[in-house]
Unconditional design. Structure first.
Length: 333
């Protein structure tokens, strides 16, 4: 059976009348505290903030520190301070994923109950060996497509990694507000993926889906590097009975070598010690998002208000999530 999930969208306008029947907009910015914000992460934060403000919606901040070994002490507070100094104020108290593991465990137990989870004892090296035998090309640091080695092995779920099982044929589709229709064959492009590691830590894939649901997120605006995660997250949403948000993936800021700005590529932190640096960084982020080159001469808040008006002129602005009248049928079970 082939499953095609298509979250439904409808064009609308900003008026209250046109938005009748739509859930109030709730967006979020969810940085990992592995270091300070750089220009790339600032552009994502600005885009998600502008989208929320343009829709008169709420904007939340969530610190995604579920992978605790990668967390840099103090980075969370530095990120919050950078956002605040840049005028990107949030509407509810920030939350930390490391304090929400009970919610992830509850979701995992729900998936175990419906027999979507199995234990896996494969190491990365073992997975690589299987893929190489099958003629697969392994690139350094790339995500490995799991070949399903432990699917039928009845590995105990205690003290092992836990993977979610895809149907044997499963194509998932969704509409990105900028990029249009996206379709992924999750078996050949992803493979069964891990929700809880062997060391007991929950993975990003599970945590982000649970948190977006519990926080009532309706619109997700994030970097294009996360585009390939969306189909598997939609699959998790459907398995757990959650509604699928609308998605908008923003273009990445890259360095001179064409690589995404990141800690690994030694991206420079956004300088908040000097007002001229703050203003230059914000304008650069806005330019990257396709907004006008508009150096900040007045207050940052006045400049942000102008950018909100510009954001409303984007074609992707007029997409709203249409809440389903009943729970969607996925064809998975």
């Amino acid at each position: 059976m082939t499953s095609s999930l298509n979250p439904q969208f409808n064009q609308g306008t900003r008026s209250d009348e046109a938005q009748k029947g739509h859930k109030p907009y709730r967006g979020r910015f969810a940085p990992s505290p592995t270091g300070p914000l750089h220009l790339g992460s600032l552009a994502t934060a600005l885009g998600s903030w502008l989208d929320a403000r343009a829709h008169d919606g709420a904007w939340l901040v969530r610190i995604e520190d579920v992978d605790t070994p990668r967390t840099v002490p103090g980075a969370d507070q530095l990120i919050l301070n950078q956002l605040r100094v840049c005028g990107l104020e949030w509407d509810e108290a920030p939350v930390w994923q490391s304090q929400r593991t009970t919610h992830y465990q509850n979701a995992l137990e729900q998936l175990i109950t419906i027999d979507r989870i199995y234990g896996c004892q494969c190491s990365r090296k073992q997975i690589e060996e299987v893929l190489q035998k099958e003629g697969g090309l392994i690139k350094p640091n790339q995500e490995l497509i799991y070949p399903g080695t432990c699917r039928e092995r009845k590995v105990p779920i205690q003290n092992h990694a836990l993977r979610i099982r895809f149907p044997h044929e499963c194509q998932i589709s969704f509409t990105d507000r900028d990029l249009g229709k996206q379709t992924q064959d999750v078996n050949t492009q992803v493979g069964d993926f891990v929700l809880r590691r062997a060391d007991g830590l929950f993975t990003y894939q599970l945590a982000v889906v649970v948190d977006d649901h519990l926080q009532g997120i309706t619109h997700i605006v994030r970097g294009e590097d996360l585009l390939s995660n969306t189909s598997r997250q939609i699959y998790l949403q459907q398995c757990l009975g959650y509604q699928t948000p609308s998605y908008l993936h923003l273009p990445l800021v890259t360095n001179d070598a064409g690589k995404k700005l990141s800690k690994q590529t030694k991206a420079t932190a956004v300088d908040i010690a000097h007002p001229e640096s703050i203003r230059a960084s914000l304008n650069s982020a806005a330019n990257h998002l396709g907004l006008q080159n508009d150096p900040i001469r007045g207050s940052i808040s006045q400049w942000l208000n102008r950018k909100v008006q510009e954001w409303r002129e984007r074609p992707s602005y007029n997409y709203f999530l249409v809440p389903p009248k009943s729970a969607p049928s996925t064809g998975f079970f």
